[in-house]
Design a protein around this ligand. Structure first.
Ligand SMILES: *Cc1c(COP(=O)(O)O)cnc(C)c1O
Length: 393
């Protein structure tokens, strides 16, 4: 073969459901020279990552660390550790990622009860309480921020209380919510939670922060059967991320450097400030999208700020629209998943991409892409609508 030239890319503006752009500081941290994964200096970095993760998750759980793989690995890790064959689990699903939890839970040999809700809505407390009462599960699983529809599941504190009362563990997918919207692991009574590095944290994909409550750790320690997965078996992974720091697998050094910087930036900004920033830029984007007649797939009352899913307008081609944005502007947005394939565009404003310059550029580019496909729009209308939101804030 001909040897390729050295890799070179200018990247894109990543406005899909993830990855979002990594902060320049994160990329710089990742290019630091390697340390051995059992080096005392690296262990200090690990300890700081764990401490910062606890802050970001709002938890004091000792068992809090990033799993060495993407968000799906966090999902798998939580599910295979909590469930044994025959255990009862209820999965509440409102979209593609809830369905993924059903898929993964089904492989453990647990008895999975699936409660499906309509895409674009959240579950009511009544729906959740009823199912818990009926099934009396060991584990209740749900997605906090459903990235396929842009829905935020509210009432998390009340859901946590329902689980406590029923003696069930609460397992939450926070892949898209961490560092974008309020997430209170301890105050909400969440027993197991997983996220990712490449969405709200603004890092490269490859790590999945997880946290287990002392109740969950007790359940894992008293399992009757071995965890089906060797790599994700918490009883042994914890010897690396826990007190012993004993070899389990080689820590992904550069990824850990990256999340160290990503978390540092989150805490430097402050969680509350970060949540407010995501909300404001969402409001501006929404004003612009609605000005162009685009309809959100989620009810307004449960709309996520960091993920905006809108229906592709009638007469507009999904792929051609996305291709136009990519080729003319270097902007990536997401297409629909599952039931929404070909019908929905997903615009993410996550981490550093949640800022006015990005919102205004995205709206101007989208206006051009839609106009090219024959949609009649007022020139500059969307940008004006967004600016009106900013000028009031
Ligand atoms: C992105 C996402 C995942 C999967 O994470 P990967 O990093 O792609 O493995 C899981 N759940 C939700 C809600 C997501 O948005």
């Amino acid at each position: 073969m001909e040897i390729p030239t050295p890799l070179q890319t200018n990247g894109r503006l990543l406005l899909g459901p993830g990855p979002s752009d990594a902060s320049p500081q994160v990329l710089r941290a990742m290019s630091s020279p390697l340390l051995g994964h059992l080096d005392p200096e690296f262990m200090q970095i690990m300890a700081r990552v764990q401490a910062m993760l606890r802050e970001a998750f709002r938890t004091s759980n000792p068992v809090t660390f990033p799993v060495s793989a993407t968000g799906m690995a966090g999902m798998e890790c939580c599910i295979v550790n909590l469930l044994e064959p025959g255990d009862r689990v209820v999965v509440f699903t409102l979209g593609f990622f809830g369905n993924r939890m059903v898929e993964v839970a089904g492989r453990t040999g647990a008895q999975v009860t699936v409660v499906e809700g309509p895409w674009g809505k959240e579950f009511s407390l009544e729906q959740i309480g009823e199912a818990i009462k009926k099934v009396r599960p060991k584990v209740v699983a749900l997605v906090h921020a459903e990235t396929s529809t842009g829905v935020l599941q509210g009432n998390m504190k009340e859901i946590g209380a329902l689980c406590r009362d029923a003696g069930a563990l609460l397992l939450v997918d926070a892949v898209t919510s961490l560092a974008c919207v309020r997430l209170e692991v301890d105050a909400w009574g969440i027993d197991a939670v997983y996220s990712c590095s490449q969405k709200g944290l603004g890092c490269s994909p490859g790590l999945s922060p997880v946290s287990f409550s002392p109740r969950a750790v007790e359940v894992i320690k008293t399992r009757k059967t071995k965890v089906q997965s060797w790599y994700f078996d918490m009883t042994t992974v914890m010897s690396y991320w826990g007190q012993d720091r004993a070899y389990h697998h080689t820590g992904p050094i550069s990824m850990v450097y990256g999340i160290h910087e990503g978390l540092r930036l989150v805490l430097e900004e402050g969680l509350e400030n970060r949540w407010a920033r995501h909300e404001l830029n969402h409001r501006a984007l929404r004003a612009g999208l609605e000005c162009m007649g685009l309809e959100f797939t989620a009810d307004r009352s449960c709309q996520l700020p960091q993920l905006n899913a809108v229906r592709v307008p009638a007469g507009v081609d999904d792929l051609a629209g996305r291709k136009y944005l990519l080729e003319k502007f270097g902007i990536e947005i997401g297409g629909g998943l599952g039931d929404f394939k070909g019908k929905v565009w997903r615009l993410g404003l996550m981490g550093q991409n949640s800022r006015p310059s990005v919102v205004l550029l995205a709206l101007a580019a989208l206006e051009q892409a839609l106009t090219k496909q024959g949609v009649k729009l007022t020139p500059g209308g969307a940008v004006g609508a967004a600016n009106a939101v900013y000028s009031q804030s």
